[in-house]
Structure formats: C-alpha cells, structure tokens
Design a binder for this molecule. Structure first.
Ligand SMILES: [Zn+2]
Length: 231
C-alpha cells in the first residue's frame, strides 16, 4: 500500500517484495534501488539500521548521515529532516510506525515490537521530532501491518509486564495483545490527536494472507519493508 502526497511518500510493503531478515547486507545503494519495493524510491539513499528490539534511534540531519551501509548501525528508529532520504524498516509482526510532520518537514520511522514499545521507543522518536521543531498537533501517525489482537496470543506473565492493560483482550480465557492499540495509547498520551492516527494499513499479519509473519511462518524469516521519504 502506497500513500503518496506532495510532501511525502509512504510504502507499507507486503510479502510480494520481502527479503530474508538482514539479507540485504553488503548491497550497494545502486543494487538496492533496482530491487522492489526500493525501486519506488530510486535516486534516494535508502537507510537501514540493524534492528535490535531496543529503544535507540539514528538521526539523519546531514546528507553524510544518510550514506551508511545497510545495517551499519544498531537502532530501531530513524528521524530525518532531509528531503529525498528513504528510511526503511523490516518487520514481520512488529509494528512499523511512520510519524510525519509536513509543516516543519520532519519524518520518523519506528520498528516497534513490544519490547521497544514498552521501553519507550515511540516517546523517544517523538522527542527527537520535537527537538527538530515539530509540534504534537502537526504530527500524523500511520501504523503498518502487524500482529493484532485477533491473533497475537500471549501469556499471563507477558501481560504483567505492562502497567497499561487496555491493549489486552481476553477471549475464552485466552489473552491476546494488540501492540497497535498499545502504541496508539502512547501516541495520544504524547499529544497526537486521534484524528491524526491512521490504522487503515494496520492489517493483522498473522491472519491476513500476503504478509510476512514470524508467528505464522516461523523459520521462514521473511520481512516486509516499510519505507518513508520526505520530498
Ligand atoms: Zn489476526
């Protein structure tokens, strides 16, 4: 699914253009830009981090900072103020979260698994946007495909890790977690308006065919790409 606006492009990819986790290591920018879905962003540097389910990010405020090899730095979110830089995350059940301020022109892309979300990665990315002049009322948030509350079964011990429990659903004595809902709550706490939070691309990767899902596919290890660029 592509969202194309005058100020930005977002691509929420699926299994049709997926890659085995970390398999793009060693690719040059030229090689990357000839592969789908990256070819949609041809001509822009593509920035990938080595995702570690942490809460740290990488800020790209200079053209030099965009010229890094795929997976050269550890981190789980990127923030940029530059036009024409394509931020990329790989996911298979974790939430790809795009944050966009098209007033001050600041973009962020977050790889938000439950560990990152509980650790504050969404807040960290928003703070980096605020430091670059963004105001909460100008930020739009788009969640991509992720494991949702219809399928993402967890145990009691998992639930006890969370203070906020509204993202859990109990059905027939089984507990399900919806990380998209958990992240939405965090966005609202940080001042992002409900009307600026878009979930129409947040299909459940476990029960929707066509998406990579770690839980459904196990050892297959395929990852779908989410890409965002200011333009
Ligand atoms: Zn589902």
């Amino acid at each position: 699914m592509k969202i194309l606006k005058k100020e930005y492009s977002i691509l929420f990819g699926d299994q049709s253009a997926s890659y085995v986790k970390h398999s793009l290591k060693g690719c040059t920018q030229k090689e990357l830009s000839s592969k789908p879905p990256f070819s949609d962003f041809a001509g822009m540097p593509l920035v990938f981090l080595n995702q570690v389910h942490g809460t740290k990010g990488y800020c790209i405020d200079t053209p030099a900072a965009a010229q890094i090899a795929p997976y050269a730095f550890d981190g789980d979110y990127m923030v940029t103020t530059l036009l024409g830089v394509a931020l990329v995350v790989e996911t298979a059940d974790c939430v790809p979260l795009v944050l966009l301020d098209s007033v001050k022109m600041v973009a962020a892309l977050v790889h938000a698994g439950w560990r990152g979300a509980i650790g504050g990665i969404v807040t960290n990315a928003l703070h980096d946007m605020f430091m670059r002049g963004s105001a909460p009322e100008d930020i739009q948030a788009f969640c991509g495909p992720a494991a949702r509350g219809c399928c993402y079964e967890v145990g009691k011990d998992f639930k006890q890790l969370f203070r906020e429990t509204s993202a859990f659903i109990v059905r027939d004595g089984r507990i399900f977690f919806d990380n998209v809902s958990y992240i939405t709550g965090q966005l609202e706490t940080m001042g992002i308006g409900k009307h600026h939070i878009f979930l129409n691309n947040a299909a459940c990767t476990i029960c929707s065919e066509g998406y990579c899902s770690y839980r459904r596919q196990g050892s297959l290890q395929l990852r779908q790409m989410t890409i965002v660029a200011l333009k």
